[in-house]
Design a protein around this ligand. Structure first.
Ligand SMILES: Nc1nc2c(c(=O)[nH]1)N[C@H]1C(S)=C(S)[C@@H](COP(=O)(O)O)O[C@H]1N2
Ligand SMILES: [Mo]
Length: 325
């Protein structure tokens, strides 16, 4: 059922099918990935690393080092910092994608605390500065595929969520993690309306949260996150649609039961709990077969699990991924 109240603003140009580009992956394989990329891949091969999404560059990369040449492990060039910081989905501020930077400019992101609790032996409230000291960020170049049919390649700085999970010692009864974003209508004008079920919330199964791809990010392009990208701390789950990667996290809670999630509450038929990128399962109102990388002229084929199948497929063994979309 279509829910007009929450109907999303999808430019039709973003959702046009372009089956011509279905062989894009094979095509990309033959592209030159540049000397640094080739050296990195060679190093991975010789060290037996099977984790192509990890970049060799440490998190301390200065912003000035980003000359535009960096690519992900599929050979895709990183999206410009300009696009990443000016084309945003952040409904707490606006349902428009442009202008979020301006609207969120004065968001107070320091000091900022994240309360970690629920079914854990060591519940604790962390200051974000403390998290960064405890778990020094590293760089990960990840693809991000929005459910609307566009994508970006983003050089994040962050640390594996698994490190924080280990630190708080989950109880054996903990099976899910619930994430809650800031609720502050004074600072976040989009929350003045009760049109949406604030606060924004998200969830992962504990094994998904522990997967080594799952990040808590505190920066991108070598700079601390800007408010529009989720400062001071946000989730990044690259094999799932972008809306799972919740911004401005204030609470992380371990639970036995599957938590409610913002978009699933709004339109359960359209947005499932899992939300794994899956070109074989269309959104009820548009195809998920293709996507347009922001800044690129043509649509390309969307890859199962956004191209991270080798790292995450085993999490869903035996599950019907259409049923559990
Ligand atoms: N708190 C919060 N987190 C959010 C959103 C939001 O509206 N509020 N939008 C999501 C969506 S739909 C996407 S595609 C990504 C966009 O992240 P970016 O603006 O950093 O590219 O953030 C996700 N996280
Ligand atoms: Mo999105």
């Amino acid at each position: 059922m279509l829910n007009h109240k929450y109907d999303r603003d999808i430019p039709s140009a973003e959702i046009t099918r372009e089956s011509d580009y279905l062989s894009r992956r094979r095509f990309l394989k033959n592209l030159s990935i540049g000397a640094a990329g080739a050296a990195f891949l060679a190093a991975c091969r010789s060290s037996g690393v099977t984790q192509p999404a990890l970049d060799a560059t440490p998190g301390s990369t200065p912003a000035a080092a980003y000359t535009g040449g960096q690519r992900d492990e599929l050979g895709r060039a990183i999206t410009s910092e300009q696009s990443i910081t000016t084309f945003n989905n952040y409904y707490e501020f606006s349902t428009n994608k442009d202008g979020i930077g301006e609207l969120s400019r004065n968001l107070v992101t320091s000091p900022w605390q994240v309360e970690v609790g629920g079914l854990v032996h060591q519940p604790r409230t962390f200051d974000v500065d403390e998290l960064i000291r405890l778990f020094p960020p590293e760089e990960r170049i990840y693809r991000m595929r929005c459910v609307e049919g566009w994508s970006m390649i983003i050089p994040w700085q962050g640390f594996q969520l698994s490190k924080l999970i280990d630190a708080v010692e989950p109880m054996t009864s903990a099976r899910y993690i619930h994430f809650v974003a800031l609720h502050d209508p004074v600072q976040m004008p989009g929350q003045e309306s009760d049109y949406f079920p604030w606060p924004y919330e998200e969830g992962l199964r504990l094994d998904e949260a522990r997967n080594e791809l799952t990040l808590l990010s505190t920066g991108l392009y070598g700079r601390p996150l800007s408010p529009q990208n989720g400062a001071p701390i946000r989730l990044v789950v690259p094999w799932k649609y972008g809306y799972k990667s919740i911004k401005a996290i204030v609470k992380i809670e371990f639970r036995e039961e599957q938590p409610a999630t913002f978009w699933n509450t709004i339109a359960p038929d359209e947005y499932g709990f899992y939300s794994n990128v899956n070109p074989a399962v269309d959104h009820p109102r548009w195809s998920q077969n293709t996507e347009r990388i922001i800044g690129q002229p043509v649509r390309i084929a969307t890859l199962p699990f956004n191209g991270y199948g080798d790292q995450v497929r085993s999490l869903y063994e035996g599950m019907d991924l259409k049923e559990n979309h």
